[in-house]
Design a protein around this ligand. Structure first.
Ligand SMILES: [Ca+2]
Length: 268
């Protein structure tokens, strides 16, 4: 025979009050925690350490440093290339041209393969790093802007505030994060993965966001105002290109059709 537990009306009210207070406390803790993780980003400045020659015809869309050389992807229809460049001279050592119908975008290097995006063709290319020989192609549903990797996943931007994590073998999307600094940060363009954070330059602005890859929160902003002091009427000549030399801890910055590529140091 089961015993029934009888609760008085007063006990019910106490229990209900307790449940409401407990739930409210949990919500408050989550809210405070979220707010703490969205602290104001740190603002950084920069110092130019070195200036190098950059091909002023290169409409830079992707930039990477690997094993002593720069790799660059350039855009525009009929002018898009993938190239290996000597840092010290800016000389193009090897290059391949894309078919006229493709507008080259971001590149990244993983396991001796160069992965290159195109803008609105939903098509990516995979090359053998040393020969620049095309190995394979893949597709994706969004526009292609920037791409980098964290040594296991590819991370790409499409001009919105979303970053897409892709499996490097299947190119399937495994995760998405929205980049936030109080509100969504759109126009994420060329990317670089540096010391566990995603760096993204913002299209049409002299700014780089330092992004937490787990939360999408912007943890820092680098203000690059004045870095390219060329007097030009061409509105397209914007900052676009971050490359990191992890062996020598050097950071390189350039832009579309800039005559210079800069090694900079970031400072508070
Ligand atoms: Ca890059």
């Amino acid at each position: 025979m089961k015993r029934r537990v009888i609760i008085s009306k007063k006990q019910k009210i106490i229990l209900l009050t307790f449940i409401i207070l407990f739930t409210t406390s949990i919500i408050a803790i989550i809210f405070v925690d979220n707010n703490l993780s969205q602290q104001n980003p740190i603002l950084y400045n920069y110092e130019i350490i070195e200036s190098y020659t950059h091909d002023e015809m290169a409409f830079t869309q992707g930039l990477e440093f690997d094993d002593g050389f720069l790799y660059e992807s350039t855009g525009l229809y009929g002018q898009s290339t993938l190239r290996k460049v000597e840092l010290e001279t800016g000389k193009v050592l090897e290059y391949i041209s894309l078919a006229d119908k493709y507008f080259g975008e971001g590149i990244t290097i993983l396991d001796n393969r160069i992965i290159q995006l195109t803008w609105i063709s939903n098509k990516g290319f995979v090359y053998e790093k040393d020969s620049l020989e095309l190995i394979s192609e893949f597709t994706y549903p969004t526009e292609g802007w920037g791409i980098t990797n964290d040594n296991s996943q590819l991370i790409m931007s499409d001009g919105t505030s979303t970053l897409f994590f892709l499996d490097p073998d299947t190119f399937n999307t495994t995760k998405q994060v929205q980049v936030i600094d109080k509100e969504p940060v759109s126009n994420l363009n060329e990317l670089e993965y540096i010391h566990g954070k995603i760096w993204a330059n913002i299209w049409n602005q002299d700014k780089i966001a330092i992004i937490n890859p787990e939360t999408g929160n912007v943890e820092g902003w680098i203000d690059l105002t004045g870095i390219n002091n060329e007097d030009s009427q061409d509105q397209n000549k914007v900052l676009n290109g971050i490359a990191y030399d992890s062996e020598k801890d050097r950071l390189f910055i350039t832009g579309k059709k800039w005559t210079k590529l800069f090694q900079i140091e970031v400072k508070k």
